[in-house]
Ligand binder design. Structure first.
Ligand code: ZN
Length: 209
């Protein structure tokens, strides 16, 4: 196993920086992340020009690998079409399944169906960097890990407002009642002591007696 150590160490450093994890947390999560995200690595060196297809699956383990992920549960099939051309790679991601989101109104979780298509251009460059819709890799890169891109695409697919209306389901009535009661109780607490209108006049009458 010692023979694999430098490779593992390099992978670890790569994952720490790629997924913005501190060194300590990276150590703890390293093997968990490796298991969940390595299927999203595709070999690019030695790949023949033309169209290649890959399939990935996104589930709970995938999101657990990202700190602070808004999404926690999902079942999404990702079909990737990779078109290798002399100077670039054209990637088309077709994603289908569901993501679990929280209702803005009753805070209940529900499964939101998802069907999305995204394109990504990968260019070769000496300096590796990411921009929206364009990714740069070194020409001698051995593989391409697309987990972060899939993560971003899935988070972009979350609508601005998520309520049970989106899936034609009713909100949790007990939760709605509880939230309304809590809100009313809070309003009462924050309002200044109300003196009824007639109470004000009575108080003034007492002063000017
Ligand atoms: Zn709801």
């Amino acid at each position: 196993m010692l023979g694999h150590a430098p490779f593992c160490f390099a992978k670890k450093l790569y994952l720490c920086s790629r997924f913005e994890l501190s060194e300590r947390r990276c150590s703890q999560k390293f093997y968990q992340i490796m298991d969940a995200l390595l299927p999203f690595s595709i070999p690019v060196s030695g790949l023949k020009e033309g169209v290649h297809r890959y399939a990935f699956q996104v589930d709970e383990a995938f999101f657990a690998a990202f700190e602070g992920s808004l999404l926690k549960r999902a079942a999404v099939e990702v079909d990737l079409e990779l078109d290798k051309r002399p100077s670039l790679l054209l990637l088309t991601f077709r994603m289908q399944g569901w993501i679990e989101v929280e209702c803005d109104r009753c805070l209940g979780a529900f499964q939101l169906p998802l069907e999305e298509e995204h394109e990504l251009m990968v260019k070769y460059a000496e300096e590796v960097s990411d921009q929206a819709e364009v990714m740069y890799i070194r020409r001698d890169a051995f593989e391409l890990n697309l987990a972060k891109q899939v993560y971003d695409f899935l988070h972009l697919s979350i609508p601005m407002h998520t309520t049970h209306d989106l899936v034609e389901q009713a909100c949790d009535p007990e939760m709605l009642r509880y939230l309304r009661d809590t809100e009313e109780a809070e309003e009462k607490q924050t309002k200044p002591n109300d003196i009824p209108a007639e109470g004000v006049w009575d108080a003034l009458k007492d002063i000017f007696k």
